[in-house]
Structures are given as C-alpha cells and as structure tokens.
Design a protein around this ligand. Structure first.
Ligand code: AMP
Ligand code: ZN
Length: 665
C-alpha cells in the first residue's frame, strides 16, 4: 500500500467512526482507539504535506483563528418562514396554496422547528466547501473554520447523492451540553449563558475555532438545495441526505391533510420536552418539488412552507417585590421577584422586566397576580397582569430614582432604553464589572484571578480599579477567604504576565463603551499607541475605516476624563503594553494596499490561513467570492471549477502560490 492509500484509508475509517459516534450515537471503537488512529493520520499527513486535505478528519480539532468574518452573498436566498398559531391559520394557508396549484392533492411534510442558528453549508464536487450564517437572508458571514469542528457534519458525504449542493440546517446546543457549560462558567465565577439558542449562535462567531471545537454543538439539517434534479420531493431528498451521513432528525413525517398535520403538532407539543434539544414549533412544507416551484416565494418567505409556533407555557403567580440590578456599564435592569412557581420543568422565582417602559406598559404593581411565560428564553417574562385579582388599594409602581448600590440619582438619556447610574467610578457593580471585564479571557486574560475574587478584593478595599491590580502584593492577598499561599502567588504571577498582552487586547480591556474586540484591533492597528488614540479628534477618528460617530464620541469622552487619563498613565508606568510592539509590526507592509485577493485550492509552502494572513499583513484584503472587484486569484491545486470559470470570464489574473510570494518579497 502506498502512503497515499494508507492516508486515504485512515481518513475513510475515521470518517465512519465520526458518523457512528456523532450522528448515529453508536460508537464501535473506544475513544482511545480513535485518538490513536487520529494521531497516526496526523503524523502521516505532517510527513507528507502534498496529501493535505482541508476535509480530513484531522482538520476538525480547530485552532485556526478567524480575525474578520468574510461577508458572502448567498447563491440562493435564505428566506424566513411565515408563522401560524391556530388551526384556522393552517386551513387558510391550505386554501391559498390549493387555489394557486389548482388541486387538493397536496402532500405535506412535518418537521420540528429546531431552535438555534441557521446555517448554509455549501458542498462542491461532493465535498464541504464553506459555511455561511443566514445573516439578513441575502448575505451572511463565512464561518467555515468554526463549522468544520462540528463533528456530526460530514465533510465528505459518503454514498449516492448530488455533488454540488447546499445543505441548510440549524446549529443547536443540546440542553445537557448547555447546562454543563453553564455549570463550568458559574464555577469559574462567570455569568451563566442565558439560553442555548443565543449561545449556539454566539459560538459561530468565536474567533478561535479551538474554542468552538470544545463546545458540544450539533447541526440538524432540514433542506437540500441543488440544481441537479435527482429527487422529486423534499422528503426523498432529506432521506437521501441522511443516508450519506447528514444528521436529519427522524421526527420528519409525511402527511396527507391539515388534520393529520394538527395531530402531529399536538403530539409534539407534549413530546418535545423529552427531546435533547429545544424546539419552538413545527415546520410544514409542501412535499413535491414541482409544487414548490409552482408556489414560489413572497418577498419574505416561501409560499410552500409555514411554521406553526408552539404556545409558550404560562402560569400565574404573585409579584412580591421589584429589585434593580446594576450592570457593568451602569445600565439598570428591573427584576420581578415572584412567589416561586413551577413552569416548564423548573421553579421560577424571578423574571426580567427589561426597563421602566415595560413596567409602565404592563402597569405592574406590587402584590399583583401576573402571568409568567417561558418561551425560548431561560429567564421567563411577565406577559400581563390579572386585573381581576388586583386589590383596591394597589398603587402604581414608581420607578427607582436612585441607584440601589450607590444612591446616585439615575439618569435616562433620550433614545436610551434603560436608566443609567452615572457614578462610574464609585458604584460597586460597575467597578467590579469593569475589572472583571479587564481580566477576562479575551482581554488581559489573567490566569489565577476569577470574577468572584475581583469582587472580594474590591469589598476588602484592596482594589478600586484595574490599575490597582498591578500594585497587589502576595501578603495582602493571602489573608483573603479561600486563598492559599500558592493561589495568591499564582494570581500575582498572572497579573505580572499580563504586562505582555499585546496592545490591541489592552485597548479592548480598558472597557471603552462601544469598543469591542474588533474595533479595538482596528484602532490599535491604525493609531499604534494609546497616546495617538487619545489625542485624536473626532474628524480623525471617524476617518478610520468602520469607525462611526457613536464610537468616535465614546473614545473622545473616555480620553477627556481625568480619571481615565490617570488610569492609563498608571498602566503605562507598570509596563502594560500601550503601543503596538515592534514584533506585531514585523512583516506588516502596504505592498498589497487596495488589492482584493481570492484564495482557492490547496497550497504547499504555506497553509491557506497563512496565505490569507500574509495578504492582510501586507495591506491587502481577502474575499471568498470572485467579483469584478477581485484583483487576483491565488490558485493552488484543485481550485474549484466554478471559481476558475468565473475568474476567466471576468478576466481576473490567476496567480500561483510562488507568484504571490514573489509579490510580497
Ligand atoms: P424565522 O426565523 O422565524 O423566520 O424562521 C425561519 C427559520 O427557522 C429558518 O431560518 C431556520 O433556521 C429555522 N428552522 C428550524 N427548523 C426548521 C425546519 N425544520 N425547516 C425549516 N426551517 C427551520
Ligand atoms: Zn450606582
């Protein structure tokens, strides 16, 4: 057997095991054996880079970083779905489509509506090419690297199927995995995630695919889109997709009438609580592709499909008290404290009231009996007051005027949804919150220091702001509750080590309003130091690519604040990185400024990601689809045929890996 054959054989075998484990839930070898085989493959691939394949099972562990998610225009628009809530709605829909089709002979499929984030997976020549989020339906973000880590998604479908197609599905986080993630977060002193759906969709946009690989994400598929006319119906195409490895839930059923559809809805309204993932309804589709084509689309949704939303569960209970929470930015959130009540499998004691308008709109008063509902959210909502149970002497709720934490008078600026406590530097949760943000993983990433300890340090009067961290001494920390000498030393070491964190992360850590990770990177690259940034005026700031008025104003406000100026000066004096290091500037040129590149195929001297990075480091832009704006296509081996054709049609220069390397050297 040649090395290449051996590599192919191992890949095939590992693919099969992935399928058994992640799709069929029926492993046939131990984790250990699997790891051994994977290691063997890794070794062979490393020794023989000419056989690299982005779709090899070794490429699923993650680790590649995506800096900016590329916007991709969907080849076929991703529509939303019309909703229905009653039998009448469904019968109306049936009447409409019967009229258009001129027949009552219509077959339906019923599927559950999986509650996660939609994804579009493109396959070319029978292999996975890219994954794009739904975005606004016309275009979304390319999240290929992250999606590749979800092992239930076959990278190379196995068996008889179409070869160029899109699979549409929902990225979900099963409830058990979600709970486990939250347990870990709470143990680390971090805020728990709110619900599986938002966590799944947030996961897609993580920059570190290694992080994504650790999350127990899954992908349930519900539609095959292809020009190849191989299947006559939706049901048939999904069955075929399942047979070649896609995770198509077996809950899909064929129905002959709306009566039958309703029976399915009622059955699953109960049974869905036993599923390992969340669902929020049933999707009903016309089964025949020919009928689907005849029905077509409205401006928003297919006429051939409709969602039936399950009713959220409701109970009534008594409102005992309204308390107010203060967030890191000073935003105030009112919270309803309820008489504990059972709802959808959990005991509910609190409900979010969002803001003052919400309380006013619902006219919620102390002592009221209220209806509480749990939809997709883990934290339930109050829907309305049961006025029949209101006592005669009840008084309208007067919204808090002062901060519950520091007694400062609250403000509400026009256009803001919430009240704010303006006492930025003297309000405990804001102080703690800002420091917690500063030390967090994407910011200063301080090892040995968690959110709870920050709170404790502040309560003990040891820190008032993030600069104070750098003056902490081991002896001061040891006496703290649950602190041993070793952990105290670890913490101080962690703080010391954070002085090496690069400027862009420090800038993010400062917690300037509206300056998130991506903006911080942009600003760091452009201004190169905190001094330059803080000296910039409004015009200079908004002239920077992607910096708008709101961000610019927030930076100006930050820079004009004496407290902030002092904090930044102190950080500088401790040796925190407040300018771009020579190292990160190294290799950065403007050689490719203004040029847009598309990279396609397999490369030998550098990986595809290294190539993309080299383009960006030299001032160029990477795009994943070819258009008139494309300057060059860098072509490796096995460049996609559709890309090649498009590039040739538009007469875009196609260059080799070596040509590119010559260009930047
Ligand atoms: P909406 O977001 O309410 O417009 O509903 C449309 C979304 O429902 C689609 O974008 C899908 O992500 C999602 N969805 C979940 N399950 C299904 C399913 N079985 N068939 C079609 N769409 C589904
Ligand atoms: Zn306050």
């Amino acid at each position: 057997m040649t090395i290449e054959q051996k590599i192919q054989e191992l890949r095939e075998e590992l693919r099969q095991h992935n399928h058994n484990y992640y799709v069929l839930d029926n492993a046939t070898i131990s984790d250990y054996e699997f790891d051994m085989k994977l290691k063997e493959l890794e070794k062979l691939e490393e020794e023989n880079p000419q056989f690299f394949d982005a779709n090899s099972p070794t490429q699923r562990v993650g680790g590649d970083i995506t800096k900016n998610f590329e916007t991709i225009v969907h080849k076929n628009r991703m529509y939303s779905l019309d909703n229905s809530y009653s039998k009448e709605d469904l019968l109306d829909w049936e009447k409409r489509i019967q009229k258009i089709l001129g027949t009552t002979d219509i077959e339906y499929t019923c599927e559950l509506k999986y509650d996660g984030a939609s994804i579009n997976l493109t396959y070319e020549n029978g292999a996975f090419l890219r994954a794009v989020t739904r975005g606004d339906g016309f275009q979304g973000d390319e999240v290929t690297t992250n999606i590749r880590t979800i092992k239930s998604i076959p990278l190379v479908p196995n068996g008889d199927f179409v070869s160029d197609f899109e699979m549409r599905g929902e990225i979900i986080l099963p409830i058990e995995g979600f709970n486990k993630m939250n347990e870990e977060r709470v143990a680390n002193g971090e805020e728990p995630y709110r619900n599986p759906r938002n966590t799944a969709s947030g996961s897609l946009k993580l920059q570190d695919s290694g992080e994504v690989a650790k999350r127990p994400l899954d992908c349930l598929l519900y539609q095959v889109v292809t020009n190849e006319r191989k299947y006559a119906s939706h049901y048939e195409s999904l069955e075929a997709a399942r047979s070649v490895g896609f995770k198509v839930p077996k809950t899909i059923e064929l129905k002959k009438s709306i009566e039958e559809v309703l029976a399915f809805v009622n059955e699953w309204d109960e049974k869905r609580h036993d599923l390992p993932y969340e669902t929020d309804g049933v999707v009903i589709k016309v089964n025949s592709f020919q009928q689907q084509d005849e029905l077509g689309y409205t401006s928003k949704a297919p006429r051939w499909a409709i969602a039936y939303k399950f009713k959220a569960e409701q109970v009534s209970t008594v409102l005992n008290e309204i308390t107010y929470q203060v967030g890191r930015t000073g935003a105030i959130t009112p919270v309803a404290n309820l008489e504990p009540v059972h709802l959808a499998g959990t005991v509910v004691k609190r409900a979010s009231l969002h803001n003052a308008d919400q309380i006013e709109k619902l006219d919620i008063r102390l002592g009221d009996t209220v209806f509480v509902e749990k939809g997709g959210e883990i934290i339930p909502k109050i829907i309305k007051v049961d006025l029949t149970k209101r006592s005669n002497d009840s008084q309208p709720t007067v919204y808090a005027t002062d901060c519950p934490e520091c007694d400062t008078e609250l403000i509400r600026t026009e256009g803001d949804a919430k009240h704010y406590c303006p006492n930025e530097f003297g309000c405990a949760p804001q102080i703690t919150g800002r420091i917690q943000h500063f030390i967090s993983r994407k910011a200063m990433d301080i090892d040995g220091l968690g959110g709870e300890t920050v709170d404790l340090l502040r309560k003990e009067g040891l820190i008032q702001n993030y600069a104070d961290l750098y003056e902490l001494k081991v002896d001061q920390v040891i006496p703290l509750e649950r602190m041993a000498e070793k952990s105290a030393q670890n913490m101080i070491n962690g703080i010391e080590k954070s002085k090496e964190i690069p400027f862009e992360k420090v800038l993010y850590a400062l917690g300037i309003r509206f300056v998130g990770e991506t903006v911080a990177k942009k600003l760091a690259k452009h201004f190169k130091s905190i001094d330059n940034l803080m000296a910039a005026d409004f015009e200079t700031l908004v002239a920077v690519d992607e910096i708008g008025d709101r961000i610019a104003q927030s930076i100006i406000d930050f820079s004009n604040d004496l407290g902030n100026i002092q904090l930044v000066d102190r950080l500088k004096s401790y040796g925190v990185q407040l300018e771009i290091s020579a190292e990160s500037l190294e290799g950065q040129t403007d050689k490719l400024a203004g040029k847009v590149f598309v990279v396609s195929g397999v490369f030998h001297q550098m990986s595809r990601n290294e190539l993309k990075k080299a383009i960006e480091d030299n001032g160029g832009k990477v795009s994943s689809s070819i258009s008139k704006k494309t300057g060059y296509v860098v072509a490796g081996d096995n460049m996609g045929p559709s890309k090649l054709e498009k590039a040739q049609n538009l007469e875009i220069p196609i260059i080799s890996e070596q040509d590119f390397i010559d260009m930047i050297n």
